[in-house]
Design a protein around this ligand. Structure first.
Ligand code: NAP
Length: 242
């Protein structure tokens, strides 16, 4: 079984790539800029006795994504799972939103997911088998000041998940999303410590999640236990959105 995880050089993507390898998948590790970190993930997976290779591609760039899927097909011969994870956050209040940042967020967080889902579906359709997992965010269902752009992109991920699930169900492909709350990765480094303490108080479980928490949910969705589940958004936030 083969999985491709986008944005797998660090954070949640890295954890998903390694967790899927532990579940028996060979893994294509996508990254955008950090070749050395992606190579470390490949080495970790190989240590687990699975095959892995790193692929540089900006998911916002359709041609680069097409090239990556061609290379993955050549190297691995099949694709069973796509984890659409590569994403960016660039918080700004409405009047401070910058045009370049807005375009980049829409291009990576929305277009990038479509690019990869399209290429994955092309491969999976022929075998009438496959799973696509989109990493969304609790910000898709919870209003967080300053996250207008980010939450709009993640809302798009949720609606795309439902539509693609309906379109691809007759082709044997399931599409689900995981919507994490606060997960301790480098993405959270920009949040000041006093703000972090405030957020923890708002989480009923009283702690942030880990990348491993998200990876375990993704691995569960990829298992047979979830074969009849499609179009769902699983919120993983310690109760934050309740
Ligand atoms: P992160 O630590 O910032 O890592 C982002 C990863 O995405 C890196 O591997 C980066 O690769 C890659 N990436 C960024 N832009 C890319 C592009 N255009 N093409 C290919 N790869 C790209 O982020 P994270 O916290 O792990 O978040 C991963 C996903 O979870 C995102 O979709 C995010 O929205 C979602 N999420 C995170 C949290 C959280 O609290 N952390 C909560 C909810 C949802 P390079 O380093 O190689 O450039």
């Amino acid at each position: 079984m083969v999985a491709l995880v986008t944005g797998a050089s660090r954070g949640i993507g890295r954890a998903c790539a390694i967790r899927l390898a532990e579940s028996g998948y060979d893994v294509a590790v996508n990254y955008n800029s950090n070749e050395a970190k992606a190579a470390e993930v490949v080495a970790e997976i190989e240590k687990l006795g699975r095959k892995a290779a790193a692929y540089k591609a900006d998911t916002a760039d359709l041609k680069a994504v097409q090239g990556m899927f061609r290379e993955v097909q050549k190297e691995f011969g099949q694709l069973d799972v796509l984890v659409n994870n590569a994403g960016v956050v660039d918080d700004a209040y409405l009047l401070m939103i910058n045009e370049d940042s807005l375009s980049r967020s829409l291009d990576i967080n929305i277009k990038g997911y479509f690019h990869c889902a399209q290429q994955a579906a092309l491969k999976m359709m022929s075998k009438k088998h496959g799973k696509i997992i989109n990493i969304s965010s609790v910000s898709s269902v919870l209003a967080v000041e300053g996250q207008g752009v980010y939450s709009a992109t993640k809302g798009a991920v949720n609606s795309m998940t439902a539509t693609l699930a309906k379109e691809l169900a007759p082709r044997g492909i399931t599409v689900n999303a995981v919507a994490p709350g606060f997960i301790e990765t480098e993405m959270m480094d920009a949040i000041p410590e006093d703000k972090k303490a405030e957020y923890i108080k708002a989480i009923p479980m009283g702690k942030f999640g880990s990348a491993a928490d998200v990876a375990n949910t993704v691995a569960a969705l990829c298992s047979e236990a979830f074969d009849y589940v499609t179009g769902q958004v699983i919120v993983l936030d310690g109760g934050l959105s309740l």
